[in-house]
Design a protein around this ligand. Structure first.
Ligand code: 5GP
Ligand code: ZN
Length: 135
């Protein structure tokens, strides 16, 4: 499969992998938002998080927790971001969690702008549709 993150898992493409277990790796983002910007990914290829099952996500969570403890031991805070599909900003179609260390005075204001007005009707419609989706 022509997936850059699968290639990193298989060591066919170099990356600063600093954590590895049977199910996950963590490595530095090549275009970091901050010092220590880390990507934690499952070794197995899934395009988006909803394609994973509980066990697979549990295994990935273990790695995310370990890396989180490391980052929180160094930085002042951390943002975790996980994008699914292009519309949400996903550029690499292999599940990955961004763990972005935050440092006092780093000047970032990550987050969504709350400029879009969401009506109660729209949210009610969302909840109605959710009942029809098999989860
Ligand atoms: P996305 O936008 O899909 O959530 O994030 C993809 C991330 O992967 C980006 O932050 C980008 O810098 C990073 N990235 C893409 N290709 C590579 C690569 O080959 N090596 C590393 N280390 N990071 C990559
Ligand atoms: Zn992949």
């Amino acid at each position: 499969m022509d997936c850059i993150f699968c290639k990193i898992v298989n060591k066919e493409v170099p990356a600063e992998i600093y954590y590895e277990d049977d199910h996950a790796i963590a490595f530095l983002d090549m275009n970091p938002a901050n010092v220590g910007h880390t990507l934690v990914i499952p070794k197995k290829h899934f395009e988006t998080i909803d394609k994973m099952n509980k066990i697979e996500l549990d295994k990935l969570s273990e790695a995310i927790l370990k890396i989180s403890k490391g980052i929180m031991g160094i930085a002042d805070g951390m943002n975790i971001v996980q994008n699914n599909k292009e519309v949400a900003g996903q550029a690499v179609p292999h599940v990955h969690f961004h763990l972005v260390p935050r440092y006092k005075g780093d000047g970032y204001s990550l987050g969504w702008k709350r400029e879009k007005r969401v009506t109660k009707e729209e949210n009610d419609d969302f909840l109605k549709k959710l009942k029809e989706v098999k989860i």
